[in-house]
Design a protein. Structure first.
Length: 199
């Protein structure tokens, strides 16, 4: 039996709401508005946190990183989604799908780890207020932020390399708006139990 990968075909079809064109027009407007609001809101958090010296604390340092993650995540997904919602072409090339898969998974993992470090920061600030500056000096919270990015994208490298190499047997219709891990892995026609163990 010959196995054809979507990579050989060179594209995926992002189905989304293509069977309901009236809904696509509404979603195009709503998503555009919320994307602009997200860009403005997260951009404001980053600028204010950097320009206001009293906000140069671990909490706002982590909030700045959280805003950067949100900006990157939205920018990885929304432009392709808006392009697909406004026209008949619902395709994304294989490289674009791999990039979306990798970045969205990496940013999602980074956000989870960063939130855990933020919880530790708040725990230290509330439970050990007199020792807080000794517990969270600048080199520690910078290291924690760096570790969250390294862990998130390190995990994404493994998942992306394995997940996108699974045989697809010619299946290339992703029932989603972007190349997220779960709907993309569902296209695999082989045994995916080893991928589930990796998860």
């Amino acid at each position: 039996m010959e196995i054809n990968n979507a990579s050989a075909e060179g594209y995926f079809i992002l189905v989304g709401f293509s069977d309901q064109p009236w809904l696509e027009e509404v979603l195009l407007l709503i998503i555009s508005v919320f994307y602009i609001l997200s860009l403005v809101g997260n951009g404001a958090i980053i600028v204010v946190s950097q320009l206001d010296p009293p906000l140069h604390t671990p909490m706002y340092f982590f909030l700045t990183h959280l805003s950067i993650i949100d900006l990157c995540h939205m920018t990885t997904i929304v432009p392709q989604m808006l392009f697909n919602l406004q026209g008949q072409d619902k395709s994304i090339n294989f490289v674009g799908c791999v990039v979306q898969f990798f970045i969205s998974l990496g940013l999602g993992g980074t956000e989870c780890v960063l939130l855990a470090f933020m919880a530790y920061d708040r725990y230290a600030a509330i439970c050990q207020p007199l020792h807080y500056m000794n517990i969270m000096p600048p080199h520690i919270y910078c290291s924690l932020a760096g570790a969250s990015w390294a862990i998130g994208f390190g995990n994404s490298v493994a998942h992306t390399a394995y997940g996108m190499s699974l045989p697809r047997c010619g299946h290339n219709m992703i029932h989603h708006f972007y190349c997220e891990s779960a709907p993309t892995i569902q296209l695999a026609c082989g045994d995916i139990t080893s991928y589930k163990k990796l998860s």
